[in-house]
Design a protein around this ligand. Sequence first.
Ligand code: SF4
Length: 368
Amino acid sequence: MTNKVRHVLGISGGKDSAALAIYLHNLYPELDIEYYFSDTGKELEETYQLIKNLEIYLGKKITRIEAADQSHESPFDHFHKLYGGFLPSSQARWCTKKLKLEPFEKFVGDDPVVSYVGIRGDEDREGYISKKPNIQSIFPFRKNIWSEDVISKVLDNQSMDLIASFYGGEAGNEDINEVITVVQTPISPKFSRGDKLNNLLNHGVKKFNRVVSRFLQQTDYPLASVNEFPLLGNDEVLIREDIFRILRESGVGVPQYYEKISYEVNGKRGEYARSRSGCFFCFFQQKIEWVWLYEQHPERFKKAMEYEKAGYTWMQEESLEELIQPERIQQIKEDHLKKMEKLASQNSPYLLDILDEAEGTGCASCFI
Ligand code: SF4
């Protein structure tokens, strides 16, 4: 392997990136991975504890990268002031751009980089990742480890002959005719790129990975200059329960905020937790998570309220002061409990599914 290409993994403070670091460290010790953490200065204490535990387990420092590192304020507060007190939202997400993506891009500079992202096999999303051409994202927990841009090039109708010839050169090709038929079927409204991808993956993940790798040798992608990439031989798919298992078995542990806590409403018992890492005031959190923050970390909730003094609010439809009125808290808990009961009646294996709904949004840098 050449040492020109850097391998990096962003630790968000969430469960999935932490589990990915452990997984790659154990399975592929030959990969010299640089770990980094983009600190907004507004994380919960559990996040910093997770980072410390991981550093001990990996035997490696996790580089802290901070936006506005010359400022005497925390990165978030620095930019919050610069934006005139305007709070970020899902429509105006200046925080991710300024506090996560830009510092990450500065950290890697123009070096060719392979960036490992912990999106799981049971998630259907690409995540909000850097699109710089020198940064190539790899998703080791998924059946398809490649990013959307790579797949769109490999499966482009114009690449059919080339891909067919790569498949032809593969050993152990008892199903070659079937595979070539799939490769030579153009993408159309009746046969989507997703259909084609799944079809090829079902004919062998490792074979597909080798074909993609050969395709990449002819491009400027960072992996074009890597001689041997061990992930080509990985066809494991990891889902939510694997993540918790990896964290627990390694001794690194699951961040405390994922652990369910009981609450009572109308004489019934429900359970709440936080669904993700990231800033304690993150606008992506659900109402029940705001209630969790208010009841479990009242001092942090108070701080989140202080940001609303400038006239902006974290949520469009209500302020935090309105949200903590007793009757409103009661209503949020009732709604949450109803949803949990509905999931339980559907035999959902995870009580936290209700929080998982929120996982699909946001950015890879903050929450994975
Ligand atoms: S965690 Fe939420 S508030 Fe913090 S940077 Fe990410 S998106 Fe913004």
